[in-house]
Structure formats: structure tokens, C-alpha cells
Design a protein around this ligand. Structure first.
Ligand code: PMV
Length: 333
């Protein structure tokens, strides 16, 4: 019999004695994967095929306040100041995540989230959103959960949320257990104060294929996907090494190649999956030209058309000159 999300939540929360409070607020940062998560070994529990490694974007993220309202009949969800429709998928996902905890403490909740990243900015606010929600739920129910337990619970909302529990560099260990109790993220101890992540918002159109569906299609139909776990394993080792010895060229080159390899598996799916727009290709070609001209700048892309650039503080002025609309983030600010 396969395990449900509630079964796993019950295992994480097994020894907890709740001490609910009226309200609790928590923040979690968005993260950009340098070695990507693409493909699940268990779609229900969001258990990945490969380890992934990300960098969190410091102050860019989600702030979520959860109020416990035992007298109230129904949950309320508020996003960036507006009440969310009860029929929307966003409302249902938030309520389903809260339900993971509700066997311990019944009662309605008000969940208010403010994202400091614009919707459609090419930064996955679902990762920061589910991480902040998980922290706020644990807080409002007074559950003494550690970051690894929070990471397991956040993962069940959105895979990449497992990494948004932490600041800085973070590795999500895929784990091998069927219940996913070993599929969780841990932070790396290294910091890189000169590292910069530049976000280029090329279009804010809502994408047609979400990452959940896109991953499944790739796993099911792309023969090329067979090579992905090996690529990810090689890349994550290189990236960890690059971080340890502060080798920016190795970090940038490996991250870019990893992203392009992930997109190659998508393109090899059927029906084909291509998140890129002509503007995305133009940015990639400009990045390659800048590198040919001697500027150390690299690109990475997720399940959308926007491009994120990786560079160091010393290159920032030149990168800004080439991309005047870039939003530059200092992950270790
Ligand atoms: O966590 P999800 O379901 O939003 O998937 C994230 C997938 C990528 O952003 C493409 C890669 C990653 O590791 O963040």
C-alpha cells in the first residue's frame, strides 16, 4: 500500500505535543537551483530522482502569517492583500498543506502571504511560499520542529520548497526511503559574499505547463532523460567543489551546463516542452558573446522563459551595462 502525504506528516509530527498560539509569522527566501531538480521517483510525496543544490536569495521571498481561528468555519487565504477565491487551485493547495498539521490541532486558519518578488518575475514563489507556510504552521501550533523536519514537510507542498527552509547554499538530498524521511535539504557552511544573481524578467505571461506536469512528461517520454541522473550527480559534485575552493568559472560553467541539459531533456519529450521564448535565446546568445569577450557571466533557467545570470561583484558594472533591466540580488548580503 502506498503512503499518503498525511501518513508522512504523521511520522514527522509523531512526538510533537502542540501548544497552539493565536498567530505566528515566518519568512522564507526564494532559491535558484545551480544543479536542478527535475523528475520525481514519487509524484505524491515529491521525492526526486536526483540531488539538487541551490542558493537562496536572502531577502527576496515570502512572509506568511497564520492565525488560528477555532471559532471560524472555513479557512481564509490572503495573497498580497487580496482574498483568494475558495475555488482556486492556490486556495486548495494552501488548505491541503495546512491539513497535514490539522490532525493534531483542528480549527480554521487565516493564512496571509506577502511575496517580495513580483508574480511572474521568474522566481519561483511557490518554493518560498510553501517554506514560509510550513514554518508559520509549525509556529502557530507550537510544534518544536527542527529545520530538517520543516524541510520534509515543505517538500510535500513543492519540491524546491525543501531548499527554501535555509539561507545560502543548500543541498537537497534525494534520499532512498519510500516514505521520504531522508529526502530533505541541509545548508552548506560556505558563504560567497561576492556572488551575484541577476534576474532578467523577459515576460510575465503565465506558463502553460507547470513544473509538476513538465517533469512527469519528461520522465515518461524523453529517452534523453535516462542520462539526467548521471549529469546531475556529476554537476552537483563539481558545484560543491567550486564552492569549497571559490572557483567561480567552474561554478558558473557547471550551473549553466546543468540548466541547458535539463532543458534538453524537456525538448526531447513528447509532446515537446520548450519554456524558452525568442527573448530567452537572445539573452543566452548575448551571455555567450560577453564570455567570448572576456566577461565571467553565466546563465541559468528554470521552468519558464526568464533567465537568471550568475556573476561576481567585480563584473556587476559590466553586466548592468549589457542588461540595463537586470535585478541584481546579493545572496550573502
Ligand atoms: O519545486 P517545483 O515543483 O516548483 O520544481 C522546480 C523545478 C525547477 O525550478 C526547474 C528546478 C529546481 O530545482 O528548482
Amino acid at each position: 500500500m502506498s503512503l499518503t502525504r498525511s501518513d508522512v506528516a504523521a511520522r514527522v509530527l509523531a512526538d510533537c505535543v502542540p501548544e497552539p498560539v493565536d498567530a505566528f509569522e515566518a519568512f522564507a527566501p526564494v532559491n535558484i537551483a545551480l544543479c536542478k531538480y527535475w523528475g520525481k521517483r514519487n509524484a505524491l510525496l515529491n521525492l526526486p530522482v536526483n540531488d539538487s543544490l541551490s542558493v537562496s536569495l536572502a531577502k527576496k521571498g515570502s512572509t506568511t502569517k497564520v492565525c488560528w481561528l477555532p471559532e471560524q468555519a472555513e479557512d481564509e487565504v490572503i495573497l498580497n492583500g487580496d482574498a483568494v477565491d475558495r475555488d482556486s487551485s492556490f486556495y486548495k493547495k494552501v488548505v491541503a498543506h495546512a491539513d497535514l498539521f490539522r490532525s493534531l490541532v483542528p480549527g480554521a486558519l487565516r493564512v496571509e502571504t506577502v511575496n517580495s518578488v513580483a508574480t511572474g518575475a521568474g522566481l519561483a514563489s511557490s518554493a518560498s511560499g510553501f517554506a514560509a507556510l510550513t514554518r508559520a504552521l509549525a509556529g502557530v501550533y507550537g510544534l518544536p520542529l527542527n529545520d530538517e523536519q520543516l524541510s520534509i514537510l515543505a517538500r510535500m507542498g513543492s519540491g524546491s520548497a525543501s531548499r527554501s527552509v535555509y539561507e545560502g547554499f543548500v543541498r537537497w538530498h534525494k534520499g532512498v526511503r519510500a516514505d521520504g524521511m531522508d529526502s530533505l535539504a541541509r545548508p552548506l557552511s560556505e558563504i560567497w559574499p561576492d556572488l551575484r544573481v541577476g534576474v532578467l524578467t523577459l515576460t510575465s505571461e503565465v506558463k502553460k505547463t507547470g513544473s509538476r506536469e513538465g517533469m512527469q512528461r519528461t520522465v515518461d517520454s524523453a529517452i534523453l532523460y535516462g542520462a539526467w541522473p548521471e549529469q546531475a550527480e556529476r554537476d552537483i559534485a563539481r558545484i560543491e567543489h567550486a564552492i569549497a575552493v571559490r572557483d567561480f568559472t567552474l561554478l558558473g560553467a557547471t550551473s549553466e551546463q546543468n540548466a541547458l541539459a535539463m532543458h534538453a531533456t524537456m525538448l526531447a519529450s513528447w509532446p515537446p516542452l520548450l519554456y524558452w521564448q525568442p527573448e530567452s535565446v537572445a539573452v543566452l546568445q548575448k551571455v555567450w558573446q560577453l564570455r567570448a569577450d572576456g566577461l565571467q557571466v553565466y546563465a541559468t533557467m528554470d521552468a519558464g522563459p526568464n533567465v537568471k545570470l550568475l556573476f561576481e561583484a567585480g563584473s556587476e558594472a559590466d553586466v548592468r551595462l549589457a542588461f540595463p533591466d537586470i535585478d541584481v540580488v546579493v545572496p550573502f548580503g
